[in-house]
Design a protein around this ligand. Sequence first.
Ligand code: HEM
Length: 207
Amino acid sequence: MGNLGVPPPPKAWVFALSAVPLVLLIAGAFELAGRSLGPNPIRELTHVTGKTALNMVLITLMVSPARALTGDPRWLRIRRMLGLWAFAYAALHLLIYIVLELDLDLRDLGRELAKRPFIWVGAAALVGLLPLAVTSTDRWMRRLGRRWQTLHWLVYPVAVLSVWHFWWQVKADIREPLLYAAVLAVLLAWRVWRRRRTHLARRTTIN
Ligand code: HEM
């Protein structure tokens, strides 16, 4: 489609940048370099891990358009790493919630699920991310063949559920979740448009 010739950033940079929120959280938790987690440390930990997981899901979805715009297939090489970071932050988000917020009390979890239904939606998003992370290796890619691509379609419901989970727990000001929903809508619309274009092009060549 495009041919801007812009290469992707080196993998080491992508890794280092993705690790920044985690490093800052660790520095805050151990009060290193003058950092702290603020007055409500557990809230801060859930907030940063949740937000970063959501950001990483959306950034992962930006790789295909970047590849199409630049015409450089090397963009796809950073996609797996971004997706795995999304999963890592989401898993950490859950761990912090279960261990620090609920104190591992599963009866509390039952009460929470009844009181705050947005948690079901987050859980569904995480359940969707799990098979994507597990099958992200070259071995699974070879093993699943075409089915790998079909399975990785799961990323779309995962992205919708992640934005929904965020939106649902926001109390008054919906500007931020609205922005996330708009970005996701553009990313999904781009895919629909591209598929239709490819279909049309194929039909024209056959005719
Ligand atoms: C079993 C899985 C999950 C559980 C139990 C869970 C639980 C929670 C809870 C309890 C909060 C509210 C924290 C508060 O009281 O302020 C929250 C917020 C949030 N979660 Fe999750 N979540 C899960 C999965 C996910 C996933 C998969 C994502 C994204 C990919 C995500 C993204 C977010 C975001 C963006 C927020 C809002 C953060 C903020 O601005 O404060 N969560 N989650």
